[in-house]
Design a protein around this ligand. Sequence first.
Ligand code: COA
Length: 380
Amino acid sequence: MVVNRGLEGVVVGSTVLSNVEGQIGRLTYRGYDIDDLAPNASFEEIVHLLLYGHLPTMLELESLKHELASRRTLPGQLIAAMQSVPKTAWPMDVLRTIVSGLALFVPANNKGEHVSDVHSAIELIAKTTTILAAWDRIRRGLEPIEPRADLAHAANFLYMRSGKVPTEIEADAIDTYLVLLADHSYNASTFSARVTASTRADIYASITAAIATLTGDLHGGAASASYNNLVAIGSPEKAEKFVRDELAKGNRIMGMGHREYRVRDPRAAHLEKIAKELSEHRGNTKWYKIARELENQSQRILAEEKPDRKIYANVDFYTAPVLADLGIAGDEFTALFACGRVAGWTAHVLEQLHDNRLIRPQAAYSGPAAGPYVPIEQRR
Ligand code: COA
């Protein structure tokens, strides 16, 4: 029995949704290169592409936008639930709990199951940003702001945080961020969603499992950790010492390295561009400059220290300066990642259910050989 630790290199299923070509650094959604999608398509277009299988016509896009907008509002009880928990709660924990809570408001069939269809998927996509924006305000002691149906998904998210309609460059930054994060083949959280769906658990359960899986810092948690690094470094000239100190302590440089990519993550280039533009727009290039230098130093030093492993910036690396420049708190980054990835998760759940087979791998047993039961009084 061959054990592939972390399932590295193991093909566990197929998908038509996205393709990660790690050796050449290409990511495609249903055949469209993200290098074309990121500057041109809106998040809503990507949602349509992933859920319905093709880029929308004008009419289809309007219809999807309308449905997303009509599903943004949260049940009052879930707002009240958020208002009743400690303000110190981590946004990811709040998101996971409230997404799970959404199932309570959807009628179940007589087998206790919720419908897992494209409309439930759209509801989950529509509401995740509302949850995150509401929690941002609640923990700051403010009342949540009702979503606005006339704003696009990304612009409405920023509006629900501040009550101000964002500038075009701010709204575009979030929109492109969500586009870039929307799907990434069988990553850990998506796989988790598919495993859950494969048991015929419903889409709320599957997305809750996916959010839980995204929390760890080897996955979606890396963006927050990467932001903490920028704060700890403080200025670009301290980046080299930081990298050397972290590696000497046996720590990893967050936002660097990837299981699939052996070149720079293609999403990093788009986020770097946005980070630069946003920081110039704000007139404060501090985070961008530290990130730039941190990437240079990390890449150089890691190439010296791990010559056999090609370690480059991943998507989380430039997420940090982009989101920091938009005034989003470092501990919210992973939750915003979830707001983008929920498009892919839901599409994967529906794809899994379309041709389902229970996902149940094997393990090589490495414990003691089978032996007799020892009664408690004879145990030493
Ligand atoms: N900093 C320092 N060393 C790193 C590293 C990083 N960011 N990423 C990988 N390495 C090193 C490991 O220490 C290991 O070295 P070793 O062989 O001497 O022990 C080697 O590269 C291979 O690492 P491994 O953990 O086997 O690779 P993986 O395929 O599991 O790694 C990640 C993928 C993402 C888990 C890993 O690169 C990582 O931990 N990155 C930081 C967290 C992060 O940014 N996650 C977001 C991913 S999108």
